[in-house]
Write a protein that binds this ligand. Structure first.
Ligand code: SF4
Length: 329
C-alpha cells in the first residue's frame, strides 16, 4: 500500500492487526490523512479498528488506551527496549521510501575529508548499505555506528538519541545524513560538532550551510532562554507519562538540585507541553520529556522552557562552553 511517498507492507499490517481483538491504529502526523484508507483496508479484510488521532511523535509516544488490546503503529520503527513494556502491546509497521542511492553523488562536493559517518532515519535507513557502497566505490572510508537500546538499526538516529553517530565521531571527518527535515541533521551537528551534510532522498536537495545556520540560530535561542531562566525563583519540572519519554527519576534529581540552590520547584505531570505553561504560575520550566519540545516550540512559550542540561548551566553546575543537546539514552 502506498501512503504519500511511502510504501507499507499490507501482508504484515494484516498479520499484526489479527493479533488483537480490539485494535487501534496510530501514525505520525504526515500519515494521518491516510487513516481512513487504512481503516477501510482493514475492514475489507474483516478487521474493525479505531483511529488514535492524537500526537504520534515517535515510538516513544504511547500510553495506555482503555478498551484496546493492541495498537498497530504505522510509519515508526519500534524502540527495542520498550518491546515488552508497551501497554497495550504495539505492532510497528514501518514505512519505506524507495530511492536510487546514486543521488548522493550530489552531496560529494560538500563533504569534508575522506572518512564519512553515515546516519539516517527510519523511512530511508534500508538504503544505508547501498549508500555506503556508493561512497566506498568512490574512494571514501565509510563508518556506520551501532544502534542503541532505543534504536532498531545501526546508523539510525533519533531527535533524542545520537548514539550511533557519537560512537564514530572521533574517527570521521564529516557526517552524511540521509533523510528529510532539518531537526535531525541540526541536532547531529550540535551533538557532535562535526560538519554535517544532509541529502534528502525525496526532494534530492543537499544541505550544508543551512544546517550550520539553523544550529547557530537554535544555540542563540537556547542562550536567550537560559539567560531568562537565571531570574527564575519558581521552577516547574515537567514529566510526561509517554512511555519512551518518562523520566521521573531525573525530575526528582532536578527538584533536589533546585532546592539545594535555594529556589522553589514542583514536579508537574503533563502530556502535551503547550501554551498552558504561560499561565501555570511558574517562572521557568524544565522539561524532562521529549528534548525537541523546548527547542521546536520555543516561540509558543512566554516563560522559558529549558532542558535538564540547560538547567545545569543556569544553576552554575556546568560551563556555558559545555553546552550539550539533551538526549534520552
Ligand atoms: S525526539 Fe522526542 S519524539 Fe523523537 S523519539 Fe525522541 S523523545 Fe520521541
Amino acid at each position: 500500500m502506498k501512503l504519500k511517498y511511502y510504501e507499507i507492507d499490507e501482508k504484515k499490517l494484516l498479520q499484526e492487526a489479527k493479533k488483537g481483538k480490539r485494535i487501534a491504529i496510530k501514525m505520525p502526523e504526515g500519515l494521518q490523512p491516510y487513516g481512513y484508507e487504512i481503516l477501510q483496508f482493514l475492514k475489507e479484510n474483516g478487521i474493525d479498528a479505531i483511529f488514535l488521532a492524537d500526537s504520534c511523535y515517535g515510538a516513544c509516544d504511547f500510553r495506555k488506551v482503555e478498551g484496546i488490546d493492541r495498537i498497530v503503529c504505522i510509519g515508526e520503527a519500534e524502540m527495542p527496549y520498550l518491546r515488552r513494556k508497551y501497554l497495550p502491546p504495539v505492532s510497528f509497521i514501518e514505512a519505506f521510501y524507495e530511492f536510487n542511492a546514486d543521488f548522493i553523488g550530489k552531496a560529494l562536493p560538500y563533504l569534508e575529508g575522506n572518512r564519512i559517518g553515515l546516519v539516517s532515519i527510519t523511512p530511508f535507513i534500508h538504503k544505508l548499505e547501498e549508500c555506503k557502497e556508493y561512497l566506498e566505490k568512490r574512494g571514501y572510508e565509510v563508518f556506520i555506528g551501532r544502534k542503541s537500546r532505543r534504536t532498531k538499526y545501526d546508523g539510525q538516529i533519533l531527535g533524542c538519541d545520537f548514539t550511533s553517530a557519537m560512537q564514530i565521531t572521533s574517527i570521521i571527518d564529516s557526517f552524511l545524513f540521509i533523510g528529510d527535515g532539518m531537526f535531525h541533521p541540526v541536532g547531529l551537528y550540535i551533538a557532535t560538532k562535526k560538519p554535517v551534510v544532509a541529502a534528502n532522498p525525496i526532494s534530492k536537495e543537499i544541505l550544508r550551510e543551512e544546517i550550520t545556520n539553523a544550529a547557530a540560530k537554535i544555540i542563540k535561542q537556547r542562550y536567550a532562554a537560559m539567560a531568562k531562566a537565571m531570574e527564575a525563583e519558581k521552577y516547574g519540572i515537567i514529566v510526561t507519562d509517554k512511555i519512551g519519554q518518562h523520566r521521573l527519576q531525573l525530575a526528582k534529581k532536578i527538584l533536589k538540585l533546585i532546592e539545594k540552590k535555594g529556589k522553589k520547584g514542583c514536579i508537574i505531570m503533563m502530556d502535551n507541553i503547550d501554551e498552558k505553561v504561560n499561565y501555570l504560575g511558574f517562572d521557568c520550566y524544565v522539561s524532562t520529556a521529549c528534548p525537541r519540545v523546548a527547542i521546536d516550540d520555543a516561540d509558543k512559550f512566554e516563560k522559558p522552557v529549558i532542558t535538564p542540561i540547560e538547567l545545569d548551566i543556569v544553576l552554575n553546575e556546568r560551563e556555558w562552553e559545555n553546552y550539550e543537546f539533551d538526549q534520552i539514552l
